[in-house]
Design a protein around this ligand. Structure first.
Ligand SMILES: Nc1nc2c(ncn2[C@@H]2O[C@H](COP(=O)(O)OP(=O)(O)OP(=O)(O)O)[C@@H](O)[C@H]2O)c(=O)[nH]1
Ligand SMILES: [Mg+2]
Length: 302
């Protein structure tokens, strides 16, 4: 089964752990035909408690060392995808890669399948953390620059929007300005699929599960693409087998043995694989579409 590696990117205090904890709790409770569960019992207990506290307005402590949390997404009770979060300590974005945790973070970014960037919108609105965000984004660009063919979901999660004074007319511009180069670069790359999501976590969450839904949606699309490619390859192999058929084998098969030729048997085997892969790709496409239907269409995508 495919494991979708989701990397949380953001300075310390930007809300990575809070967003992931809240989001996973929403997915765990289920939405439509989907539900998610933690695969590790201890993690599950800990995160359930943390999510309950966030709902009461008590937020998690700063992450002391990078965490990894492993979940599984199901549809109508059938497992469809595993996903794993890397939740780094925000400070490690600013450390030299000679430090093991900073090196591990760099590696996680290079290997990541999807990225959720968290940025404290209330601080950005006041113009206080744009330098830190730019530094964090330059780390992300390292990872994005490497990928040429992999479908990659990318979320800019504007956190703590409950604390933003929206009457301040310059706020929106100040919040989005640091992301402009990233949005422009990502728009030009057909393999990057981005969305901007204003979020609130706490007693009244807003859009908290949307970042996860976006990357899972693209994870399902990636599965569909992989299965379509598998089907195409199996059909190609079936054609090659059929082309190997020779008249003598066919005559022996039809007039004497009454069994299919070796080429026919192989071609049928490949055709059956193609049919299975086609079926799987249709299912994955349906999952992707269903996941997408839970994402507000008003959000900005790039
Ligand atoms: N008002 C409000 N505060 C939030 C929200 N999300 C997070 N916070 C606050 O932001 C603080 C930091 O959030 P964390 O989730 O710990 O941030 P982090 O990015 O994981 O930080 P590190 O673990 O240090 O890297 C929390 O303790 C909360 O006080 C939100 O949606 N609204
Ligand atoms: Mg944290």
């Amino acid at each position: 089964m495919l494991i979708l590696n989701i990397v949380l990117i953001g300075e310390s205090g930007s809300g990575k752990t809070t967003l992931e904890t809240t989001s996973s709790e929403i997915l765990r409770k289920g939405f439509g035909m989907f539900s998610a569960r933690y695969l590790n019992f201890v993690e599950s207990r800990f995160q359930l408690q943390a999510a309950a506290e966030i709902r009461e307005g008590r937020y998690p402590n700063a992450t002391r060392t990078a965490m990894s949390r492993h979940l599984q997404l199901s549809h109508s009770g059938t497992e469809i995808m595993d996903f794993r979060y890397t939740d780094p300590r925000g400070g490690s974005f600013f450390e030299h890669s000679a430090i093991p945790e900073a090196a591990a973070l760099k590696k996680a970014i290079l290997l990541g399948d999807a990225f959720i960037v968290t940025a404290d919108a209330s601080r950005l609105a006041k113009g206080t953390n744009s330098t830190e965000i730019r530094r964090v984004l330059s780390m992300l660009r390292l990872g994005l620059g490497e990928r040429t063919r992999r479908r990659t979901g990318l979320v800019i999660a504007l956190t703590k929007t409950d604390l933003v004074d929206w009457n301040d007319l310059g706020a929106k511009k100040r919040i989005l300005a640091p992301f402009q180069p990233l949005i422009e670069a990502a728009s030009a790359n057909p393999h990057l699929h981005g969305i901007v999501v204003p979020t609130v976590c706490g007693p009244e969450p807003v859009n908290a599960a949307v970042p996860a839904l976006w990357v899972l949606h693209h994870g399902a699309e990636a599965i569909a693409e992989r299965d379509r490619a598998t089907a195409a390859e199996a059909r190609r192999l079936a054609r090659i087998e059929r082309a190997k058929e020779n008249l003598l084998d066919l005559l022996v098969s039809r007039l004497i043995t009454g069994t299919p030729t070796r080429a026919e048997t192989n071609a049928e085997r490949h055709a059956a694989s193609a049919a299975t892969a086609d079926h799987n790709s249709v299912t994955a496409t349906r999952h992707a579409r269903d996941l997408r239907s839970h994402i507000p269409s008003s959000l900005f995508t790039f």
